[in-house]
Every structure is written in structure tokens, then in C-alpha cells.
Design a protein around this ligand. Structure first.
Ligand code: PMP
Length: 420
């Protein structure tokens, strides 16, 4: 009978391809063809790399070869910190592998409270709320606090999680030109007086490694009656005296309503958070769907995060070394003749601009074969159709490693014709 038919039966020719209606995967045909054409040229798949062994925050074995990692978000090198690793192992023994539940049901353990306490101490805020990823923290904040009558005003180059949060909620979305204080103000002036306003900014923009003019932007936002959220995913750990982020360095801490962050970069594990002093903040635990309707982080993860965050409070030397690495790499690459996304090093991300996909992949592969891994980024993740090789530095890169990286860039750049 029809009901007994197995739609996955490979012997049934009608089973997999539907006889009528369009194959829903046909929309990906152009992408599949483009990828196949690229791989047919014999290059390695830049999005299919495997770290066979990870030796330290800055070294891994890839295709049997020891490789320097210059494309991670491990800015402060906390992934192998002995105290962090020990805390994770202990929590695994004491609390087991996972919570199997939401934060609002059985999924809040002692460790979740402790990591929220660590965040409150780190940021000096009254409230901290931990999510399973930074992606979900942004998704939750944007979708929950701005309703149908409200406006979210966001930088055009905002992270996908911010855009997705906007799409999940009902607010009116207004974009302003990347890092343009004038455009932000123009858009705010045009809004009708009724309705709430949320301005969404990032401390560091991760594709080009440029920072936002937060002092000016927050001033404009506040003058026009908006609440402000700053995503400090790429700024936590090494901006500002306390390592809170670009908003601390810009001196706007008392004017920012929410800071969103992640454990997946400087903290060295996985998870996301929002910190705030808003007196009604705690209500979010009841109404924020990406917080309520998903399982909480495993006990080992929150234990590693809490230990790492507390250590980052006293990481002044690491911070200084990370900045030194960033300055050396930026200067070295510029002297070699590469085109960089920012005129000076603004963060721990140095983005090298390349002409097109083919050159970018060739250069990426030449670097990998020489022994350094960088991130390749291309549209639609990048602004203005750019092709980039993104280098992100780690506080654990030694002077000698940065020197080796520059030698490898010189050789790969010449071999591919990117530099003379
Ligand atoms: N915000 C920004 C600016 C990011 O770059 C990222 C991740 N790259 C996130 C949020 C999401 O963080 P997570 O990895 O914790 O989901």
C-alpha cells in the first residue's frame, strides 16, 4: 500500500526525487556548481579543514603537518590554560557530562550561577545572563526586547546573529552605513517619536578588524532617546584597563544598556552572555526564547568559562603581548606590500584584502602548505563583496612565531603573484 512505501528506499526510483513540485535544493545549484568548479582546479577546500591534533593555542597538526594557527578567535590563549582545563575536568567528575535541560527547568547548576557571578565581577554590572552561545544571546536580545512598535537601528555590517535576531522579532529594522556617526544620526532623526529605539553596535567588527567610534555613536544614540547594546565578542579580554571591551576603552560604560559577549573567543570555550544594569533585566529569563527553549551549557563548559574569566581579570601582561603581536604583524605585512583592511592595527584581527576568489584560495593554500593557517572569508560574510584572508593573533604567539608567519606570507605572496 501507499502507507507502506519507504520514501528513503533507494530501490524505489520515485522515492527520493519527487515526481512533481520543485526540488527544494535547486536554489543551491549555483553555489554547488561554483564550489565544484573551484575544487576541480585542485585547491583544497578552505571550508572543510580538519584539525587532526591540537598541540597548543597556536599550533595544530593539519594533514599530518605541524601548523601555526593564525585563524582562531583564541585571542588570549586560554584554551590550554592549566587552571581552566583542571576546572573543566573537575566539573565533569562532579556534575557529569551535561544538564539535559533548560536554564529555567533542571538546567541551572551551581556552575551556571558561578559563571554569572564571574561575569558580574568582570563587568561590574548588577546582572549577567548566560546563553548556550553568543549567537543565541544576540538572537534572544534583539528578538525579545524590541516589539512591533519599536525600532532596531543597526550598523549595516552587523554580525549574522544580530540580523537573525532582528528577523526573529517583530521590530522595524533600520540600517545605517558602517561606522558612520552621521548616518546613524540622520536615521534616528527620521524616526517617528513614538516607539522604543535600540541602537546595536559592535566594539570590533570581525571581518575587517576595525573598531567602532563608540564614544560618538553612543552620544548620538542617547541624545535621540535610544537604548544601546554593544556586542563585544571580539573586544573582550584586551580592550580597556579591565579588559571589558572597546566600550570600556571609549569611556562609555555608564551609557551602554547591554553588553553582549561570547565565551568562544578570549574566554576560550563556548557560550554567550548579556550583562546589564537595567533594573528589570531578570525578566528576560522568562520571556527570551533562545534562553528558555534550549538546553543549558554542560557543567564542564561553565566551569572552564568561570575560571578563564576570573584569570582574564589579571591578564595585563598577556594583553600587552597580544597588542605587540598585532602591531608587528600589521607593520610586517604592510612592508611586504600586502593591502590591509585598516591603515593601522585596531584590534587582534588583521585582514589582508585580495582581488578575487581564485587568488584568495591560492594564497590561502600556499600559506597552509608553508605551515600557517588563516581564515578565508568571502561574500556574503564580508562587506562590499570583499575577499579576505583574516589573521587573528593570540597572546600566546611568540615573537619568533610572528617572524615565521611573516616569512611564510612573503614566500606565499610572491609564489602567487599577490606581491612583487
Ligand atoms: N557576535 C559577533 C560579533 C561574532 O563575531 C560572533 C561569532 N563569530 C558571535 C556574536 C557569536 O558568538 P558565538 O560563537 O558564541 O555563537
Amino acid at each position: 500500500t501507499e502507507a507502506a512505501r519507504n520514501p528513503m528506499d533507494p530501490a524505489d526510483e520515485t522515492a527520493i526525487a519527487p515526481s512533481h513540485g520543485r526540488d527544494l535544493f535547486s536554489k543551491f545549484d549555483a553555489l554547488i556548481a561554483e564550489r565544484e568548479a573551484l575544487l576541480d582546479t585542485g585547491v583544497r577546500d578552505p571550508f572543510g579543514l580538519v584539525m587532526e591534533q591540537v598541540l597548543s593555542p597556536t599550533r595544530a597538526i593539519i594533514k599530518g603537518k605541524e601548523t601555526i594557527l593564525l585563524g582562531t578567535y583564541n585571542y588570549m590563549g586560554m584554551t590550554f590554560d592549566p587552571d581552566v582545563v583542571a576546572a573543566g575536568k573537575q566539573a565533569l567528575d562532579d556534575y557529569g557530562a551535561g544538564t539535559t535541560g533548560s536554564r529555567v527547568l533542571n538546567g541551572t547548576y551551581q556552575g551556571h550561577r558561578e559563571v554569572e557571578e564571574a561575569l558580574k565581577d568582570y563587568y561590574g554590572t548588577a546582572h549577567a545572563m548566560v546563553f548556550s552561545t553568543g549567537y543565541q544571546a544576540n538572537l534572544g536580545l534583539m528578538a525579545t526586547i524590541a516589539g512591533k512598535e519599536d525600532y532596531i537601528i543597526l550598523d549595516a555590517d552587523s554580525h549574522a546573529s544580530i540580523y537573525d535576531g532582528c528577523a526573529l522579532g517583530n521590530a522595524q529594522i533600520v540600517r545605517f552605513r558602517h561606522n558612520s556617526v552621521e548616518d546613524l544620526e540622520r536615521r534616528l532623526k527620521r524616526l517617528p517619536p513614538e516607539g522604543g529605539r535600540l541602537v546595536v553596535l559592535e566594539g570590533v567588527y570581525s571581518m575587517l578588524g576595525d573598531i567602532a567610534p563608540l564614544k560618538e555613536m553612543v552620544e548620538v544614540a542617547k541624545r535621540h532617546g535610544a537604548m544601546v547594546v554593544v556586542d563585544e565578542a571580539h573586544g573582550m579580554g584586551f580592550f580597556g584597563e579591565k579588559g571589558r571591551g572597546v566600550f570600556e576603552e571609549a569611556g562609555v560604560e555608564d551609557q551602554v544598556d547591554f553588553v553582549v559577549g561570547t565565551f568562544s573567543k578570549s574566554v576560550g570555550t563556548v557560550g554567550g552572555f548579556i550583562v546589564s544594569n537595567h533594573p528589570k533585566f531578570e525578566v528576560l529569563r522568562l520571556v527570551c526564547r533562545p534562553y528558555v527553549f534550549t538546553a543549558s551549557l554542560p557543567p564542564s563548559v561553565v566551569a572552564t568559562a568561570a575560571t578563564s574569566i576570573r584569570k582574564l581579570m589579571h591578564a595585563g601582561e598577556k594583553r600587552a603581548h597580544l597588542w605587540e603581536n598585532s602591531r608587528r604583524l600589521h607593520q610586517g605585512l604592510r612592508e611586504l606590500g600586502f593591502t590591509l583592511a585598516t591603515p593601522e592595527p585596531q584590534s587582534a584581527i588583521i585582514a589582508v584584502l585580495l582581488a578575487d576568489q581564485q587568488t584568495t584560495v591560492l594564497m590561502w593554500q600556499a600559506l597552509l602548505e608553508a605551515g600557517v593557517y588563516v581564515n578565508m572569508a568571502r561574500p556574503p560574510a564580508t562587506p562590499a563583496g570583499m575577499y579576505l584572508l583574516r589573521c587573528s593573533l593570540c597572546a600566546e604567539h611568540s615573537r619568533e612565531e610572528v617572524g615565521r608567519i611573516l616569512e611564510m606570507f612573503a614566500a606565499a605572496g610572491r609564489a602567487t603573484g599577490v606581491i612583487a
